[in-house]
Every structure is written in structure tokens, then in C-alpha cells.
Write a protein that binds this ligand. Structure first.
Ligand SMILES: Cc1cc2nc3c(=O)[nH]c(=O)nc-3n(C[C@H](O)[C@H](O)[C@H](O)COP(=O)(O)O)c2cc1C
Length: 450
């Protein structure tokens, strides 16, 4: 096999382009991005992280305002146990987000939603159940269960009428985690439809320790998991993720026995990505030394980010009254204690909190520049323009490059004269015709018609 496009992914009897663009919360893998991926025959993800805020942003709902009105009197209180989520609203926000995306879907690809267990929302089980139900009610094609072991998540969906027809998969970083999941779900007689194996070079949160992530190797973990599913004759497609940067990297994974790849980092700098224009330029400018793995996330998982992310050392007041996605089952979050410790030392002036970050607020405002290990190479994939800015790519540019470029080379996009924040926002429409024409060409090439 010379190119990724020579291969197809089969999930639940459906044939797909073997590219899954991973969930990137919150609202980095936008509906727009997922829809483009699906139009081109692959699997795109939306994320339900902060679904209330994302739904308010795109669909003029009032989830955040309503929650804030209810709890604003507790803003100065470091005990947040009383700030429970309205489960109906949680379900509704995910449902709106997913159904609006599904209504706009074109083409033969799929749209999945990324649901993270670690978003514990002051009531881990009930809020997770509401999110899963909202996504299934909305008719989402599939769900990727991530950031956690998800030992009970299948049982939370077992009574839903779509439990057996929606594509349900899990993201793991070890064979041990996969075995635990299978052991727990065996009684439901429902295997996952896919397993994403996420290695140590991925973006977002990592399933490895902050001190030794670099000792692990995605290929080795993938080989071990493929060996296990083959030995047990489990018909589960295995999809590696993390640091797969070129089309040739992807074909190497297929040759190992993977059915598809999950990628994300290269899509952060597309027009369809939710990251603001200026931050996308920071991703392009990054050098290897700027990409760090730290323990700032209150989830307890290490996270990879650019070392100039505005969230680092910021000392903002916790914002749980509006968002509060990381409150654990007791209404705690490690940022709250870190913040109040610093505040006690300096009751009135500005403070800096070094150990943790207010991830909900900073992710919502795109101030946590989480990224993959290969972010320093993004500049190789595009043109540097005369005004010294990097040209944004489109989802289609990146998909094509993965599918068609051999030998670790890149197909660079056709240069534009200049790049500005305005062109990032407006070009979506003005460029649509060009995108549509070339997409049709590619779909014809690979045997799909939209
Ligand atoms: C900016 C960014 C945000 C991410 N956010 C999430 C997330 O919210 N949930 C999740 O399961 N994975 C998340 N990931 C991981 C990706 O979905 C994907 O598995 C991984 O990054 C693939 O490796 P690559 O980025 O090297 O292509 C994120 C990755 C990036 C780059």
C-alpha cells in the first residue's frame, strides 16, 4: 500500500475513508470541522465539553446565563457542592449541539461526539448519563468515550433504543485499560464498535504519567492491542492516535493492522478549527522547546500545551457558577483550593496561581493552547506569506494530504496573497465554491459521491 487512500475503514458494515478527526474540546473540533470531514467520507467529531457554552455561542441559547443567575450568590464561596447541574438542561445542550450538526450533514462520512468521563460536573454519574442520552436522542452516528476508564458508560446507555445501532467506541492508552473495559461490559453482550489507541504524543489530556510519557511508544501499544483482539477473535477496528503527522506515518499504522488513524493536531490550524486566528499563528510559530506536558489540569491527567498559553500562571477567580464542568462529586476542583490559597496570601491584589489552571474558563476562552507533540512541524505543511503570517489550511487540504501524499511529503495549499483574521472568518463562505469543486473531484477519485 503506497497511500492511505488505498485503504478503507469498515465500521458496522459501513465503508469509510480511514481518517477519524479526533474530538477537540471545547469547540476546537467545531461542527463545521466535523461536517467537512464527514462530507469527505471520514469520521469527524464534535465534543460535548462545555456543551452549554458552545450551544449558547452557536445557537443563541441561554444555558450559561441561566446557571449563573441561579448560583451567582456563591461566587465568593469556596464550597461549590450546592451548585448542581440541571440534568434536563445538560441533556438538552448536548442534544441541540448534536442534532444541529446532524441536520447539516452531507456526504457518506460519519459524525461522532467525544464524551469525556473526567468532566464530572458535580454529579459524575447522572450528568454523564444525561450527556450520553442527549447525544443518542439527537441521532449522532457514534460516541467516543474518552478521558476515563468508562467502566459504567455502556450500562448507562443500555436501555436506550439506539444502544445497539449507534457506533460506540472507547479511547484507551493501554491493553490493560481495554481489558478492564471489556471485562466490565461483557454482561451487556455489546462489544465496542471501535477502539482508539491513544499514545503519548497526542494533544489534550494524556493517559500517561507526566514523568514517563516519553518512555511509551504508540506503535508498540498498538501492536500489543492488535495482537490481543486477533487472538481473541474480536471484530473491533483498532485506530491508533498521537503523532501521526504524514500520510506515510498513517500507512505504516495500516500496515501494522490498524483499520484507520485518529488525528487532530494538523486540524487545529484549519479555517474550520474553533481556535482564534491569532492563536492558530502561535501554533504555527511553536518550536519543539515550546511544547510542554504539565500537571496544570485539575482533571489529574497530564496535559500537553504551548508554554506561552495565556492560562499558565493566570489567577482568575473560579467560574463554576457559570461553567463548573470539573467539579467532582463533592463539588471540589483542585483549582479552587489552589486559587483560595493564593488569595489568602494576597486578599485584594492580582494573583498568579502556578500549580493549577481554571481549565473550564480558559478552554472556553481559547486561552489553553493544548496541542500535539508535533505542533512544531505544522509550519512545514503550509506557506509562509509575505506578511509573515502562515496560511491557514482547510480541512480538505489536510484530509487530502493524509490520503494522497507519499514518502512523508506534504502537498502545500495553493498560496493566497495574505492572511488576516478577517479572511479566516469570511473565507469560509467565499471559498466554499472552490472547496466544493475540488471535494467533488476527490470524492470521485475515491469512489464516493456526495
Ligand atoms: C487541540 C487538541 C485538543 C484535544 N482535545 C481532546 C478532547 O477534548 N478529548 C479527547 O478525547 N481528545 C482530545 N484531543 C486528542 C485528539 O482527539 C487525538 O486523539 C490526538 O491528539 C491525535 O494525535 P495528533 O494530535 O498527534 O494527531 C485533543 C487534541 C488536540 C490537538
Amino acid at each position: 500500500m503506497k497511500r492511505l487512500n488505498d485503504h478503507r475503514l469498515i465500521i458496522g458494515g459501513e465503508e469509510l475513508v480511514p481518517i477519524m478527526v479526533g474530538g477537540m474540546g471545547c469547540d476546537i473540533s467545531t461542527s463545521k470541522m466535523a461536517l467537512e470531514v464527514a462530507r469527505l467520507g471520514g469520521i469527524g467529531h464534535i465534543s460535548d465539553a462545555l456543551s452549554g457554552a458552545v450551544t449558547d455561542r452557536h445557537y443563541k441559547t441561554n444555558f450559561i446565563k441561566t446557571r449563573f443567575a441561579k448560583y451567582k450568590q456563591y461566587s465568593d464561596n469556596n464550597n461549590k457542592a450546592m451548585e448542581q447541574f440541571d440534568l434536563g438542561a445538560v441533556l438538552e445542550a448536548t442534544k441541540i449541539l448534536a442534532s444541529k450538526t446532524m441536520e447539516a450533514k452531507k456526504g457518506k462520512g460519519s459524525i461522532f461526539i467525544n464524551i469525556m468521563e473526567k468532566l464530572t460536573m458535580n454529579n459524575p454519574k447522572e450528568t454523564l448519563s444525561a450527556r450520553l442520552t442527549g447525544a443518542l436522542d439527537a441521532g449522532i452516528d457514534g460516541i467516543s468515550l474518552s478521558a476515563g476508564l468508562h467502566l459504567s458508560s455502556f450500562s448507562l446507555m443500555a436501555d436506550h433504543k439506539r444502544f445497539r445501532d449507534a457506533k460506540l467506541g472507547i479511547i484507551v492508552s493501554s491493553l490493560r485499560a481495554l481489558k478492564l473495559f471489556l471485562k466490565k461490559t461483557v454482561k451487556l453482550r455489546r462489544l465496542p464498535d471501535f477502539v482508539v489507541v491513544e499514545g503519548p504524543l497526542a494533544g489534550g489530556h494524556l493517559g500517561f504519567h507526566v514523568d514517563n510519557w516519553f518512555k511509551y511508544d504508540l506503535k508498540e501499544i498498538t501492536k500489543e492491542i492488535i495482537g490481543f483482539v486477533r487472538k481473541e477473535k474480536l471484530p473491533i477496528p483498532i485506530i491508533p492516535a498521537g503523532g501521526i503527522f504524514t500520510g506515510a506515518d498513517a500507512t505504516e499504522m495500516i500496515q501494522l493492522g490498524a483499520q484507520a488513524i485518529q488525528v487532530a493536531n494538523r486540524f487545529t490550524v484549519t479555517e474550520e478549527s474553533g481556535i482564534p486566528f491569532e492563536a492558530k499563528q502561535e501554533y504555527f510559530k511553536a518550536e519543539k522547546k515550546n511544547i510542554v506536558v504539565n500537571n496544570l489540569s485539575p482533571t489529574g491527567y497530564p496535559m500537553r500545551m504551548l508554554d506561552n498559553s495565556p492560562c499558565i500562571n493566570a489567577g482568575i477567580q473560579p467560574n463554576c457558577e457559570s461553567i463548573g464542568y470539573l467539579l467532582d462529586g463533592n463539588g471540589d476542583c483542585s483549582y479552587i483550593s489552589a486559587y483560595y490559597e493564593e488569595r489568602a496570601k494576597n486578599p485584594t491584589g492580582p494573583i498568579s496561581v502556578k500549580d493549577k489552571t481554571c481549565l473550564c474558563t480558559h478552554m472556553k476562552n481559547y486561552k489553553t493552547w493544548t496541542c500535539g507533540h508535533t505542533t512544531d512541524r505544522l509550519k512545514e505543511t503550509t506557506n509562509k506569506l509575505p506578511n509573515n503570517l502562515y496560511q491557514l489550511l482547510t480541512v480538505e487540504d489536510v484530509m487530502n494530504d493524509y490520503l494522497f501524499s507519499p514518502n512523508h511529503e506534504f502537498i502545500l495549499p495553493k498560496p493566497v496573497a495574505s492572511e488576516t483574521p478577517q479572511s479566516d472568518q469570511s473565507r469560509g463562505d467565499s471559498k466554499a465554491d472552490r472547496v466544493n469543486q475540488s471535494a467533488t473531484k476527490i470524492l470521485n477519485n475515491i469512489g464516493f459521491s456526495s
